[in-house]
Design a protein around this ligand. Structure first.
Ligand SMILES: [Zn+2]
Length: 336
């Protein structure tokens, strides 16, 4: 049997409409619930065809009958494949203290831009960058939210309000309805810092991949994921291992809905339009959380980038998802 590559087990979350889904065993003809957490023999990956363009795509998964233990194959639904949508992700971390506890927070934003408006938005971002370059005497080049809010990168004549206005301008460009925005966040009280940080990171990332796969495929799109390299020139191993973990379970095949989902690509930070937009969204969402936790008012909020898809685990470990204007801080983290 093939050796299963290094992977991280994904959080076992299943959309509510699938939890009660039943199947009839081909062997004993008894009915049973589909086991969404049955680990497959190998990660469900497409294989490039050697005779023609395209890929051999896994469209079914093994489901062992709970009555007679016969292996059954269950097929995924066939959703439309109208177009590919490149989704670029960037993350933001915060370490905070709250009522004497140490907190670790992380959020990842995914951004996709409809090809029909890409030029228009890119022009707006280039214009903003050009303006920032002038105001900073050439010190600030590409849009990077953290650098913009770091005082020492700017001459004295540029106030904090001026710099916040650059971020707000980017949020405004992101607020276009044809920009797909999906933001996943998680927070934990840390006791063993390294272990807890890894746990939050893996959950936030894995749930974002599964949730965005579900949403894009239901909309007839095929997601192409790209993430920043964590360290210069190095791919992030943990992210790859999370995706391998996701591909080992039935939900991946089901949510892919018979489309070839390419392997995640790792790109240089801020190397494309979507990457700059994702940087802005992740920064703004994390900054808002950190400010609210410490009882301060954020200078710019997640409501400013318009309606987006938000997800996060609440205190009971349920995955909350909401399409809203502004991150649902109260529903997810019980923060006013
Ligand atoms: Zn059976």
């Amino acid at each position: 049997m093939a050796k299963i590559p290094k992977h991280r087990t994904p959080p076992f979350i299943v959309p509510s409409d699938l939890v009660k889904m039943r199947f009839v065993c081909g062997n004993c003809h008894e009915e049973g619930l589909i086991n969404w957490v049955e680990r497959q023999g190998a990660p469900k990956e497409s294989v490039k065809s050697t005779v023609q363009d395209g890929h051999w795509v896994p469209i079914s998964f093994r489901n062992t009958c709970p009555h007679c233990e016969a292996p059954n194959e269950i097929s995924a639904p066939a959703f439309e494949r109208r177009a590919a949508l490149t989704l670029v992700g960037d993350e933001s971390y915060r370490e905070l203290t709250y009522k004497g506890d140490n907190l670790f927070y992380m959020c990842i934003a995914l951004v996709g831009v409809d090809p029909g408006i890409r030029n228009e938005i890119e022009y707006g971002v280039l214009e903003l960058e050009e303006y920032m370059r002038e105001r900073s005497n050439g010190k600030t080049k590409a849009f990077h939210a953290k650098d913009i809010l770091t005082t020492k990168n700017w001459p004295t004549g540029v106030s904090f309000e001026d710099r916040v206005s650059f971020i707000k301008k980017m949020c405004q460009l992101c607020s276009n309805k044809k920009v797909t925005k999906i933001v996943s966040a998680g927070c934990v009280v840390t006791s063993d810092k390294q272990r807890d940080m890894r746990h939050v990171r893996d959950e936030v990332y894995s749930s974002l991949i599964m949730y965005s796969l579900d949403r894009t495929r239901k909309a007839g799109l095929v997601p192409v994921y790209k993430f920043d390299r964590i360290q210069k020139g190095r791919e992030s191993g943990w992210a790859k291992e999370c995706v391998t973990g996701i591909r080992l379970y039935p939900l991946f095949v089901w949510l892919s809905a018979r489309a070839h989902i390419p392997a995640v690509e790792f790109i240089e930070p801020l190397s494309c339009l979507e990457s700059k937009m994702a940087d802005c969204l992740a920064y703004v969402t994390a900054n808002e959380f950190a400010r609210r936790v410490s009882g301060r008012h954020p200078a710019v909020t997640s409501a400013e980038f318009g309606r987006a898809m938000f997800i996060g685990y609440n205190g009971r470990g349920d995955l909350i998802h909401e399409d809203s204007t502004g991150y649902p801080l109260e529903r997810v983290f019980a923060i006013k």
